[in-house]
Design a protein around this ligand. Structure first.
Ligand code: NAI
Length: 462
């Protein structure tokens, strides 16, 4: 049989397997899912398309889904984030995976297309950033003769349109059929969740979606504590620059910004924050950071990191005003936070993979990380396993919920109930030696909760 995977080098599988074995010891939530559901196999019959960074941690997620009975096909959601040894281990284990670190944008959409090619058709999506969902919904629009709504980046828009046209020619009606067969989608990140709420608002979301990002045990942990470890890791692996004493600007002080600012401060950098939201600006100030505008500090800072999930945050005029050898990177989902396209006609010198030096018209040079794509996954290996275990346990519970009870949900965007959020946290306590106190009945009654939780009302913000 022809091989049903595209990886850089299948010989890397043994190395990948060793790292997977280590990761399993740091992912207690996923291992608990295997213990709880491995026998009953609630995902039997699920044919899950995964579009999420193909890392070692994701490999543990994939093998968990398979152990719960699912058939899985996988693509990465970013051209630079794949760990080739992880992809090789998954391919060798028999799960089709299409992901290479440094793949082109055309390959990105082609590989995503390939990950949908179950002989019986896909029926579930596990998404990160919304590309898999978007591919099907835009394709179905195109088949209905409707306009393709714009996607965030112009480069990306061209590539996705090309891939949609190719699939429409090869298999007429495929998008519409696939859209009808998808029972639900679970979405990993803030940016993908924005896309889902937008689609729903415009009446264009045909199936239920679970917003995994807004489980407390996802966004308040992965986005924050994950970035706290992986941001500086990415900058160091890319540049080996001395962090202590440098002036670093973090744009955005949401969950990712909070983790990123803490990461840089922990390394000894002097951190400045920019924000548009007065609440987050006040939080940054009270956490001890100077808060000002990019224009004020663009000519004097050494390191610039965007964390906003917004577009055009660092613009060409900012980059022209930066000092020689300023380091510029992004940790938000898409590369359009930085106007990288406006640098294309400048002189680029590639230093090593995912690190470029760009000469500006005034002679100053910038070090650009991962061409503006998320640098913690492009220049390093993303978040550590332990925090990804919490995120991915939410993913597994969301897939089970949508696959087994999807018909109880109307199309729309949902978050997992609080008791499951608390369960995910609970599963991670033992590994780090946390001892939980407990309430007696009288205390529980006094604060109006049950002895076993949930311990907070829905409106509580953590
Ligand atoms: P968030 O919504 O909590 O935070 C974004 C913050 O940026 C908000 O406080 C907003 O007011 C601020 N902001 C928006 N436009 C701005 C501007 N022009 N200037 C300054 N501040 C601005 O979102 P979250 O969860 O922090 O996620 C941010 C991005 O990071 C998203 O794209 C998300 O998908 C991505 N992400 C990346 C991860 C990684 O490992 N690289 C992990 C988790 C999320």
């Amino acid at each position: 049989m022809a091989k049903d995977y595209i990886v850089k080098d299948i010989a890397l599988a043994a190395f990948g397997r060793k790292e997977l074995d280590i990761a399993e010891t740091e992912m207690p939530g996923l291992m608990a899912c295997r213990a709880e559901f491995g026998e009953s196999k609630p995902l039997k019959g699920a044919r899950i398309v995964g579009s999420l960074h193909m890392t070692i941690q994701t490999a543990v997620l994939i093998e968990t889904l398979v152990e719960l009975g699912a058939d899985v096909r996988w693509a990465s959601c970013n051209i630079f984030s794949t760990q080739d040894h992880a992809a090789a281990a998954i391919a060798e284990g028999g799960t089709p995976v299409f992901a290479i670190k440094g793949q082109s944008l055309e390959e990105h959409w082609d590989y995503l297309d390939k990950s949908f090619m179950f002989p019986e058709g896909a029926n579930m999506i596990l998404d990160d950033g919304g590309d898999a969902t978007l591919y099907i919904l835009l394709g179905a629009r195109a088949e209905a003769g409707e306009e393709i709504i714009p996607v965030p980046q112009s480069e990306e828009e061209e590539a996705i349109k090309k891939q949609i046209a190719k699939r429409m020619k090869e298999t007429p009606g495929w998008f519409t059929k696939t859209r009808e067969e998808i029972q639900g989608v679970s979405e990993e990140t803030t940016t993908g969740v924005h896309r889902l709420y937008d689609l729903h608002k415009n009446g264009q979301l045909p199936f239920p979606a679970i917003n995994v990002n807004d489980s407390v045990t996802k966004s308040k942990f992965d986005n924050k504590y994950g970035c706290k470890e992986s941001l500086v890791d990415g900058i160091r692996r890319a540049t080996d620059t001395m962090m202590a004493g440098k002036v670093a600007v973090v744009m955005g002080y949401g969950d990712v910004g909070k983790g990123s600012a803490a990461s840089l401060a922990g390394a000894g950098a002097r951190v400045i924050v920019t924000e548009v939201d007065p609440i987050c600006a006040l939080q940054a100030a009270m956490d001890g950071f100077q808060v000002t505008t990019l224009d004020e500090v663009v000519g004097t800072a050494d390191i610039f990191v965007t964390t906003t999930g917004n577009k055009d945050v660092i613009r060409i005029e900012h980059m022209r005003a930066m000092k020689d050898m300023a380091i510029v990177g992004n940790i938000g989902h898409f590369d359009n936070e930085i106007q990288v396209a406006a640098l294309k006609n400048h002189k680029w010198t590639n230093i090593k993979e995912q690190v470029d030096m760009i000469e500006m018209p005034n002679g100053n040079r910038l070090i650009l990380l991962s061409e503006g794509r998320l640098l913690n996954l492009g220049n390093a290996t993303g978040h550590p396993s332990f925090v990804m275990s919490a995120s991915f346990t939410n993913q597994v519970l969301a897939q089970i919920e949508l696959f087994t009870k999807g018909d109880e949900y109307q199309p729309g965007v949902y978050i997992l109930p609080k008791h499951l959020d608390e369960k995910v946290a609970r599963l991670h306590l033992d590994r780090i030696g946390v001892k939980l106190s407990s309430l007696d009945k009288e205390q529980a009654d006094y604060i109006g909760v049950s002895v076993d939780g949930p311990f907070k009302p829905e409106h509580y913000r953590y």
